[in-house]
Design a binder for this molecule. Structure first.
Ligand SMILES: NC(=O)CCC(=O)C(=O)O
Length: 265
């Protein structure tokens, strides 16, 4: 499973221009690296232009879904579609869509945890469904959106349901770069799974973003880490056997004593 991870600088409030950017990036990637799967960052069509959601958000994900489906089919590639601002039922959500290379929408998810530091509560509604495991190419995987990374419960639940790879799509600010790096590594180690993340770079409305998109293995070794300032593509193949060998070497999943843990954990 060969990945291309797009650490993108997003043009604020310009969905058409960002779709064009992603198309050009993918065309180039298909020539250079020929990935099986690509990963985009959070809110990649608009950035955090929350005050303009009426104008820039998708309606029921329609534009993003048709765009990602068309890309998946044209380039024969699986797509972890980052996330976009999405209006449904009179509310705005931060929604993610995953497409298989056959053009099937295999998973969709609304970000649960809204970020006080970015005023998401004033503009967005939180998703009501915990992330679930989905499959691409027979591999069980999960997806969370940015701030969700701070809530280990939902990631443990994905691991218990068999996820071998966790994708994180993000617009994580540079003010908390250390948290971004340490928490990703911790989630990889404690759940013995691969962590693959796409963060944005650049700035919007006075907030600098951290970059440092990553691929971390189930032992917690950082296989690849992007820089913190510029657009970049990370290209990597994951050896899924490693999940098995790490889980055999340090068998945390058989050592757990769930009846002693609080029910809500
Ligand atoms: N876009 C985000 O969810 C940012 C999360 C963040 O700033 C943090 O957890 O710190």
């Amino acid at each position: 499973m060969k990945y291309s991870i797009y650490q993108m600088d997003i043009i604020a409030g310009k969905p058409d221009a960002n779709r064009m950017k992603v198309r050009h990036w993918l065309e180039a990637e298909m020539k250079e690296n020929k990935p099986d799967i690509v990963v985009l960052p959070e809110m990649w069509t608009t950035a955090y232009t929350l005050k303009a959601l009426d104008k820039v958000a998708d309606r029921d994900g329609a534009k993003t879904k048709s765009f990602l489906k068309e890309l998946a089919l044209t380039f024969n590639v699986n797509i972890i579609g980052g996330s976009v601002a999405n209006q449904k039922g009179g509310k705005f959500y931060n929604s993610s869509f995953v497409y298989s290379r056959s053009g099937e929408l295999v998973y969709e998810y609304d970000k649960i945890h809204l970020v006080p530091m970015l005023n998401e509560h004033d503009f967005l509604a939180g998703g009501e469904k915990v992330p679930e495991v989905f499959e691409l190419e027979g591999i069980k995987m999960g997806l969370i959106i940015c701030y969700d990374l701070r809530f280990p419960e939902i990631i443990r639940s994905l691991a218990l349901d068999g996820a071998q790879v966790l994708h994180i799509v993000a617009e994580w600010p540079a003010a908390r770069t250390r948290h971004w790096k340490v928490l990703q590594t911790a989630r990889a180690i404690e759940n013995q799974m691969y962590v693959v993340s796409a963060n944005r770079v650049g700035e919007y409305d006075g907030v600098e973003f951290a970059g440092a998109s990553m691929a971390i293995d189930p032992w917690g070794d950082v296989l690849l880490e992007a820089g913190e300032e510029y657009e970049e593509t990370l290209s990597i193949s994951l050896d899924l056997e490693k999940v098995k060998t790490v889980r055999e070497e340090v068998p945390i999943f058989t050592s757990r004593v769930p009846h002693l843990y609080k029910k809500e954990l």
